[in-house]
Design a protein around this ligand. Sequence first.
Ligand SMILES: Cc1ncc(COP(=O)(O)O)c(C=O)c1O
Length: 285
Amino acid sequence: MSKVYLNGEFLPIDEAKISVLDRGFIFGDGVYEVIPVYGSRLFRGSHHLQRLINGLKAIRITNPLSDIEWIKILEKLIQQNGGGDQSLYLQVTRGIAPRDHRFPEPISPTIFAMSTPLTEADLDKQTGISAVTLEDNRWLRCNIKSISLLPNILLKQQAYDAEGGEALLLRNGFVTEGASSNIIVLKDDTLITPPKSEHLLPGITRDLVIELCHTHNIPYELRAIPQAELFEADEVWVTSSTKEIIPIISIDKHAVGDGRVGNGWRKISQLYREYKQSFREGRAE
Ligand SMILES: Cc1ncc(COP(=O)(O)O)c(C=O)c1O
């Protein structure tokens, strides 16, 4: 039975209970993080923690813990679940109060964290996935990792219904990101990804890919990507913490490039793997 953390306690998942008045349950009023763990260590832990802190600030929840306290909880959770490789889910909601849109008088945020097995998306990586484009009808604060994911869920399901593995979202004719990932386009050996804005989540994996480009002198551009460029790209990838870098081989049933996983993806994936290996060996954060 997996162990979870809830408001100061570590306990078996089926013993963890929250009030029906929790504002996460009633309003989706909270933020979350998904953090990969390799060799019992938090991968890009400080980046995830910073994004959590930014999210709390953006939705005006006072950060209830110091950095050291957050890390201690997560490290203990990793140990309680047997160490090794895991995926941690961490959620903070505004807490429990009678239902009212207005913020309640200061209350304690609800802090919940659980561990799930880290399933590497190996098949998706080998074969690539297909994607469909959909109108990005989410709100204008997509940089907040909000637990209110209904728009993303509906878009993702719409993609699945159309036999796509991901929805690539378009706002005013430009691609913003995937329903649960960031997007990177490769054209003439240059990586292109939209700059950070309120239209997309500042992805930790996206940042790492950019960092790798920087380190290895791979050309990249941070700029808006018009829809047409998706269909002219040599390669298109989506990134996320647990799935890493996934090649998209078709969009709206049109082949991307030659319709197969490309060499650009192979190269960046190799660098990503090497980085992970150096992390496991304690040479990288
Ligand atoms: C909407 C959205 N964009 C981007 C990402 C990728 O972010 P990260 O690389 O930090 O996992 C996610 C991950 O869940 C996401 O849900």
